[in-house]
Design a protein around this ligand. Structure first.
Ligand SMILES: [Zn+2]
Length: 275
């Protein structure tokens, strides 16, 4: 993996390695990161910067890994709030009353795959290991959002849902919203059977341009579908970013569910508005 391209910047801070979008780095009021597997305290196949899967790791290690993330983000773990991901399209508005949920205290909710806030100094966090992370920022209204968008969330339209919530609840104009996809399976690595292909075609026949038949299998470009959906929602093409990194192609740097055949940890996407 290169250290810098026009699509991402890899930050190397001691043994901690994380990525940012150059297009979001310019906003001084915003901190964001997508972690790699390098920089934490876990060992074995969840080594080293693992943020979940308690059956493979100790709670102590996972909490320490959040604390390391907090240091990188310039905050503390008790000011972070985590999704409870079950491949839904549910997005929760969060405030400082939610600080620590899923990180330093119990969630108190389930089935939340996206978080949105305009609260300062609250870090929103989603977890990933092949599924897309979608970062949202409206620099006019100062609203941040993060979505976990695997194939089910993409099919159900969690990114479209995020634009709706930002517009309805925070008064955002889609033309102002910047959005970007982090490391996730590329089209070559996302191979599925006919049932998944049929579900996408039933949802929107325009998706055919992002689906390729290879023998009895289908390859779907999920990042292109997210991008297509966001443009239909009114986001400007120049405000859409993609790190152009695949978790399976780069499985030495990322946890990949498909690449590591299920024996893997979880990485995170994180965003915070600075106080
Ligand atoms: Zn790939």
């Amino acid at each position: 993996m290169k250290q810098k391209t026009e699509n991402y910047q890899l930050h190397i801070d001691g043994d901690r390695q994380y990525l940012t979008f150059p297009g979001l780095d310019e906003f001084r009021e915003l901190r964001h990161a997508f972690t790699t597997r390098h920089g934490g305290v876990s060992s074995g196949f969840v080594s080293t910067w693992n943020f979940g899967e308690p059956e493979f790791d100790s709670e102590e290690n996972i909490l320490r890994n959040f604390e390391i993330l907090a240091e990188v983000m310039g905050t503390t773990a008790d000011k972070m709030v985590l999704t409870y991901q079950t491949h839904t399209v549910n997005i929760m508005k969060v405030t400082k009353d939610d600080a620590g949920r899923g990180v330093t205290r119990p969630w108190g909710y389930t089935d939340v795959d996206g978080l949105v806030t305009d609260e300062k100094d609250l870090t929103i966090v989603t977890t990933h290991a092949d599924c897309n992370s979608v970062f949202f920022y409206d620099p006019i209204k100062k609203v941040i959002g993060l979505a976990h968008s695997g194939w089910k969330g993409t099919l159900g339209g969690i990114s479209r849902e995020m634009v709706d919530i930002m517009t309805r609840e925070y008064g955002c104009d889609p033309k102002d919203i910047i959005a970007g996809t982090g490391p996730a399976l590329c089209k070559d690595c996302f191979e599925v059977d006919a049932d998944v292909e049929e579900a996408f075609m039933a949802a929107d026949p325009e998706y055919s341009q992002f689906i390729e038949t290879r023998g009895v299998k289908y390859h779907i470009d999920l990042k292109a579908i997210i991008r297509h959906d966001l443009m239909k929602k009114g986001l400007k093409e120049e405000n859409l970013m993609d790190m152009e990194l695949c978790t399976k192609c780069e499985k030495d740097n990322f946890f990949s569910h498909r690449g590591h055949k299920g024996k893997r940890g979880l990485m995170v996407a994180a965003m915070r508005l600075v106080e």
